[in-house]
Design a binder for this molecule. Sequence first.
Ligand SMILES: [Zn+2]
Length: 510
Amino acid sequence: MSDTVSARAAGGTHEVGGGEAGPQRHSNWEAVIGIECHVELKTETKMFCGCRNEFGGEPNTKVCPVCLALPGALPVANHAAIEHMISAGLAFDAEIPAFSKFDRKNYFYPDMPKDYQISQYDMPLTVGGAVRYWLEDGTVKECRLTRIHLEEDTGKSTHAGSGDGRIAGSTYSLVDFNRAGVPLMECVSEPEIHSADEAVGYLEALRRTLQQIGVSDVKMEEGSLRCDANVSIRPAGSKELGTKTEIKNMNSFRSVYRAIESEIERQISLVEAGERIVQETRGWDEVRGVTHSMRSKEQAHDYRYFPDPDLVPLEVERVDVDRLRAELPELPIARFERYTKELGLDVKQATQLIDNLPLATYFDAVVKANNNPKQSTNFVLGDLSRLANETETPVHESPVTPQHVAELITLVEAKTINSKIAKDLVERMWRGEGSPKAIVEREGLAQTSDPTAIVAFIEEVLTANEKSVTDYKAGKTNVMGFLVGQVMKASKGKADPQLVNQLMKQKLES
Ligand SMILES: [Zn+2]
């Protein structure tokens, strides 16, 4: 959530990019963005061997002959990873073909021990589908997926010494294979995203969904979610695609936002100056807030894909697909539409709940018990969330049960207690005093709505505050608040404030 806030905050100030940014200039151009994400799957073991799939650890301690590609070692596909892929495909309404296979993608990379990567080429586990996401103003958008396929992660190089690892003699590189062979999902979108805001909305939806269906922990800071963006521009209204650049090295959603904004600005400036955009890979410089050329990408690599002879093709059983579909939880987008359309929450409230699933589950239980979404939102996101922050205890782990909150709301609805007493009760429930109904009965906190009793309090207060009465009659009507406050105090907070106001006014103006 913090990523969203800061990413959009950065956008608001337009701190990035060269030239004069602004909606007017942007309106002549349309950005076309496609996003490619690599997501490490959450499994016990790696994709093709029994090594632990865990982040970190001493270098080269989670390795074996298979993930080090020693001669004669044979891979065996991880069943849990395949199920995760199918779940992800189903969550995005993708097609799950009955047959799939693994292919070898041949290229040389120092942290890839086999010199090829096991990936999927023409028969991925999922085909098509779409990510539905929402923007800050509540608009729901859709971006189709080209494919989601399964592959293995590479190891990690660390360039040490005085240089950047490229100058022989002065520097050296270290390789850690702990990550080599970790199951990796590659999720490629169609170029259907048209702004930095949409890109962040898309990524948030992807991250939430994969996290909530339990297939990945999607931590950008640990590299379990990594993304690249392909950016091009074209004259507004045009259907042709411009020359694209690929941006890499973005390590937060805020970086993604800033990098895309900056790149769109750069491309517009170039084209408007009559220059040509070069198809290339550009790195994002977080500190300087600009992208810089990394390497030109004149043509696609020839990866010489061929089916991996060590792995049998995958046959996906319908029963497994049906079971996995049935096991999917309510998806974030469905929850968003339920909260905003059915329950009337605003976008911020809905997002706050969706990004805190235990709180959302708690909220649902409160609504189920009293069918008052508005009051439930007020208590859950208001007083209870405030107490949760102050005491660093999540609401669902506090002594306040959803039934207690529902009971409290019923007491407010029935005007048995006023809002001030309700606030006090939330604090007391938080301290473990239990049922609000029991507290009210035990301590006689029920609201006084008896006019005779209230008039008695009013008369008592007016007698004690003659000066205020004179002031009121002289036109200083703002003393009313003070007088009402005195009545509330005299009634120990139990008087119905609306009735006090009404009766006080009658009394003063009679
Ligand atoms: Zn291994």
